[in-house]
Design a protein around this ligand. Structure first.
Ligand code: ADP
Ligand code: ASP
Ligand code: MG
Length: 411
């Protein structure tokens, strides 16, 4: 029997009515002759509420218990969806991560899937069950504890199941009708893309476009999963949404295909550190050990054997970074005059595989921002993207100006 994976995000299962609506979509695919693995998120807002409860109860929480609490949102929607399908006379069974089992690493709150057991679910399909409803975002560690896969992790659950079960396709149902040239919530003129290359989607996701979790795109790329993003609110249309596919499958290709942003960034500068071999390692090793996700790094010009070192990290990790650097200073492994944290910056990125063969994108980006009076604080580039840090208050303006200047509203 051919198999489909259908994933429903938080807004698509936010109420019992919406679960009923999603179940109808599943029923249609069953009627089309598919066995279906449905992956569900928690109801919209539920995971945030659970995280809030954990933080209120225990600010320096035990990550194992964080996962135990936070994974529960998906458990509820999986059970409700199975019940709804049963009410529609469709044989369905729910599965929590550990029951499948979805085996993960033990990195609580950011675990990676290592293996998915296919036997138990396949046995159920063999018994005549038509649908397995899987609680997304969760798994079980080698120690037998519940783990979660990081925010947005149900996308990754869905793609990993599609790969493990050899699904014909993985459909990600969400609250927008596909992947856009930028977040349609901050740019009205954002245009839906019919297709986007894996590499571009990977960059957009990792640079802030939360429509897909980065890891889900990585897995789809590695295991050649046919991945589609579409709306759970629109009428059924077999060609709807955006297909994430190989570069070769795309005919029309703009040089720049999207603009992404990441709102909650911080820029940290260590003023006057010794400019000597090993200094970068002495700074960034303690930061890595403290779990700080350093993104951009710039070493400024040096004078009299001293230099300034600037890096960016998520704003939520500033306190941790300050503590790690202060400890390194106390231990004598680094010496700096001052640590300056600018907590009001955002990162804006333009992405496109066409940049590999086109020069001039960076200079155009910089002049567009200059014309808007937006100061650029840090720049990084790779083969297919350019990112800048700007003051957070200019974030929307920067996205809109770049979207306009690169004609992203036009094919
Ligand atoms: P779900 O709960 O279904 O997983 P998410 O909220 O995680 O949904 O992701 C969908 C959201 O991603 C959209 O509502 C949209 O605001 C945001 N988004 C950001 N960038 C893009 C983009 N380039 N294309 C589409 N959506 C985007
Ligand atoms: N419910 C989880 C979250 O809000 C996982 C997901 O929805 O993908 O992050
Ligand atoms: Mg999501």
């Amino acid at each position: 029997m051919p198999l489909l994976v259908m994933k429903f995000g938080g807004t698509s299962v936010a109420t019992l009515d919406r679960i009923a609506r999603a179940s109808k979509r599943v029923a249609r695919e069953v009627a089309n002759g598919y066995d279906v693995i449905v992956v569900v998120s928690a109801m919209a807002g539920k995971t945030n509420e659970l995280v809030g409860w954990v933080e209120e109860t225990s600010p320096l929480y035990d990550a194992r218990e964080y996962d135990a609490v936070v994974a529960s949102g998906e458990v509820v929607t999986a059970g409700l969806m199975a019940l709804r399908l049963q009410e529609m006379e469709i044989p369905a069974r729910s599965w929590q991560g550990w029951q499948v089992p979805v085996k993960t690493t033990s990195a609580h709150s950011a675990a990676r899937i290592e293996e998915i057991g296919t036997e138990a679910i396949n046995a159920k399909f063999g018994e005549g069950f038509k649908v397995a409803v899987v609680a997304g975002f969760q798994g079980i560690s080698p120690e037998g504890r519940v783990t979660t896969l990081g925010r947005g992790g149900s996308d990754t659950t869905a793609v990993a199941f599609a790969a493990a079960f050899g699904a014909e396709r993985c459909d990600i149902y969400t609250d927008v009708d596909g992947v856009y040239t930028t977040d349609p919530r901050i740019e009205d003129k954002a245009r839906k893309l019919d297709r986007i290359a894996f590499e571009e989607m990977l960059e957009l996701a990792s640079l802030g476009a939360k429509v897909l979790q980065t890891r889900s795109v990585e897995l789809a790329m590695r295991y050649k999963v046919k991945l589609r993003v579409l709306s759970s609110f629109e009428e059924y249309d077999p060609n709807a949404g955006t297909l994430v596919c190989d570069e070769e499958e795309i005919v029309e290709q703009n040089v720049v295909s999207g603009v992404a942003y990441s709102r909650d960034e911080a820029k940290m500068t260590l003023i006057s550190v010794a400019d000597r071999p090993g200094i970068a390692s002495a700074i960034f090793t303690p930061l890595a050990d403290a779990g700080v996700n350093v993104d951009m790094i710039v070493q400024n010009i040096s004078e009299d054997g001293r230099t300034d070192m600037t890096f960016s990290c998520p704003v939520g990790q500033v306190a941790r970074a300050e503590k790690a650097l202060a400890q390194a200073k106390d231990a004598g492994s680094i010496n700096f005059r001052e640590l300056v944290a600018d907590q009001d910056v955002a990162k804006i990125s333009v992405v496109g595989i066409g940049m590999r063969s086109h020069a001039g994108i960076a200079s155009k980006m910089f002049s567009v921002l200059a014309n808007e009076g937006i100061n650029i604080k840090v720049i990084t580039t790779s083969e297919i993207k350019i990112s800048v840090l700007v003051d957070r208050k200019y974030m929307e303006l920067a996205v809109q100006a770049l979207h306009d200047a690169f004609d992203l509203d036009k094919v």
